[in-house]
Design a protein around this ligand. Structure first.
Ligand SMILES: [Zn+2]
Length: 129
């Protein structure tokens, strides 16, 4: 085993704080959105289309936030395990600049590009978000 190329602890600590703050914000937003979904269950017939449109928008937003939340949770787990900042796909360190922009990144830039290219090609079942 070679030495793990690991971001310095101070940097990780800073990222962890940011992740926890973001997680709290997203969880609150999700709770609000879910409450709104429940309230909107009885759609008045005359506002039918608009109501359905609103619900679809809310549902989309919820799934986007849920995805983001699961990324953040994965990043926090990675911090706990001491593998934060390591690309899940190729095992190389993720660019620090990238982590600063996207603290929940689990892939390095190269892998991210490759995965996105694969999703664009429309692999069945791959692009669920
Ligand atoms: Zn990679």
């Amino acid at each position: 085993m070679t030495e793990q190329p690991y971001p310095d602890p101070k940097f990780v600590e800073k990222e962890k704080k940011r992740l926890l703050e973001e997680k709290a914000i997203i969880e609150e937003e999700l709770a609000n959105l879910r409450a709104a979904m429940l309230e909107e269950v009885d759609v008045e017939p005359d506002e039918g289309d608009a109501g359905i449109f609103e619900r679809e928008k809310t549902a989309t937003l919820i799934s986007v936030l849920e995805h983001k939340l699961s990324n953040i949770q994965a990043a926090l787990r990675a911090i706990e395990k001491g593998v934060y900042g390591i690309c899940e796909r190729c095992g190389k360190p993720i660019e620090k600049e990238r982590l600063e922009v996207k603290p929940d990144a689990t892939l390095c830039l190269q892998c991210q590009k490759e995965v996105e290219a694969m999703n664009r090609r429309g692999r069945p079942g791959a692009a669920r978000w």
